[in-house]
Design a protein around this ligand. Structure first.
Ligand code: PLP
Length: 398
């Protein structure tokens, strides 16, 4: 299959799963590149302006704003969804866009309100669906609410094995809202260059290198990874330069990246089925316990299942127990603007802007949702507290 044939095959699957048209999907080498293209087009048309977003996110979701000379302004998060809340508070005549992120794949009930806010002020509505490939917020008739929806095949996303690739859905309704912007974004996405040879090679060797690194003792894992990065032979999920607001120029997807995506994308419905089942199990088994709280029980196929501990120390202890039992637990997003900016100032971020996010980020653990029934039993046997306090969970594992 050549590049355009594999592009079409992927776009057809994305369209099938999301009940959309394959002509409205565009593929990039990483999701952040698609976001950057769209932000740059917004800047080219609107000039300097502000984008409402949240600090409870990966820094790669903010860099496209900075790299396009736009300014991120931050709302706090709703603790029930870990996503943007009260965007109205930040609205000013400088606002040009708002980013509605579905953290861990939680599509909140307030999506329609955020869309109404964007519509009222004629803002461009971005949707960050990096954690919920092909799932988008819709209105009651099933129409996609966002103007631009960003999806990822990257590291630690819904499809575990793809590692590279981004997909951007451009709502055809944007044509009527702002034809110039629609044309500019779609033609820019279609004309992205291929990545340079080095990056192409790193995407081919990533799985193998990562497999070796994962087997290394913790004590040398980070040093080795950084060495390989410095030698330009390993692609980090977030590179050090990306923690200072820098962003690579955007690239298109490649024949190889598409080949890998096509090997795994057909399994998406089964993947979501398992995640939904496990999310429901967590909802049922972990409700009303004395050690941690769960978010409002959400019946969605989450990328990971967030639980909130009363203290950072308790979260860390349970994290250590679970990781030593070989569970891959994420501490998203701690630090905020994960994995943390070199300077808050560069990101125009001040902790006072998001007291809830600041308060909870280090107390959240994200449980895996892609576990087999046996592994679900094991993880529940460790964390299902019945009436045990956290100390008992820890002791029982020692
Ligand atoms: C919320 C969020 N948005 C966007 C991205 C960017 O995705 P990608 O790694 O495909 O560039 C990520 C992951 O890094 C993310 O977690």
């Amino acid at each position: 299959m050549d590049l355009s044939q594999s592009n079409l095959a992927i776009r057809k699957l994305l369209a099938e799963y999301s009940h959309t048209d394959h002509d409205d999907w565009f593929l990039t080498f990483k999701a952040r590149f698609g976001m950057a293209v769209a932000m740059q087009c917004i800047y080219d048309i609107y000039g300097h302006g502000e984008v409402i977003t949240q600090p409870y996110t990966c820094i790669t979701a903010i860099n496209p704003i900075l790299a396009s000379n736009l300014k991120p302004v931050y709302t706090d998060v709703d603790p029930n969804t870990l996503s943007l809340t009260n965007p109205e508070k930040l609205y000013s005549s400088k606002t040009v866009a708002v980013v509605m992120q579905h953290t861990m794949g939680i599509i909140g009930d307030d999506s329609a309100d955020i869309a109404a806010f964007a519509k009222k002020h004629r803002l461009i509505l971005f949707e960050d669906s990096a954690h919920c490939l092909t799932r988008m917020a819709t209105d009651k008739s099933g129409k996609v609410l966002a103007d631009i929806s960003v999806h990822s095949f990257g590291v630690e996303k819904i499809l575990q094995s793809t590692k590279f690739g981004g997909a951007i859905y451009i709502n055809p309704a944007l044509k009527h809202k702002n034809a110039q912007l629609y044309e500019k974004i779609t033609s820019s996405l279609l004309n992205l260059p291929q990545p340079p040879l080095g990056l192409k090679l790193r995407s081919r060797t990533y799985r193998f290198q990562n497999g070796i690194l994962q087997r290394m003792p913790n004590s040398i894992y980070h040093d080795l990874r950084n060495l390989a990065y410095k030698a330009h032979i390993f692609e980090l999920a977030v590179a050090p330069y990306e923690q200072s607001g820098e962003q690579s120029r955007p690239y298109a997807t490649t024949k190889y990246v598409n080949k890998i995506i096509l090997q795994h994308l057909p399994a998406l419905p089964a993947n979501y089925k398992r995640r939904l089942k496990n999310t429901r199990t967590y909802n049922k088994e972990l409700a009303n316990n004395g050690n941690f709280t769960i978010l409002a029980p959400i019946e969605q196929p989450l990328l990971a299942y967030p639980i909130l501990f009363p203290t950072t120390a308790a979260a860390t202890e349970v994290y250590d127990v679970l990781t030593s039992s070989k569970f891959h637990i994420r501490r998203w997003y701690s630090p905020l603007l994960y994995p943390g900016p070199t300077s808050n100032r560069r990101y125009s971020y001040n902790p006072k802007m998001a007291p809830t996010a600041e308060d909870i980020h280090s107390r959240v653990l994200c449980l895996p949702t892609d576990l087999s029934p046996e592994r679900m039993k094991t993880i529940l046997s460790i964390i299902k507290p019945v009436k045990n306090p956290v100390e008992k969970i820890i002791k029982s594992q020692k």
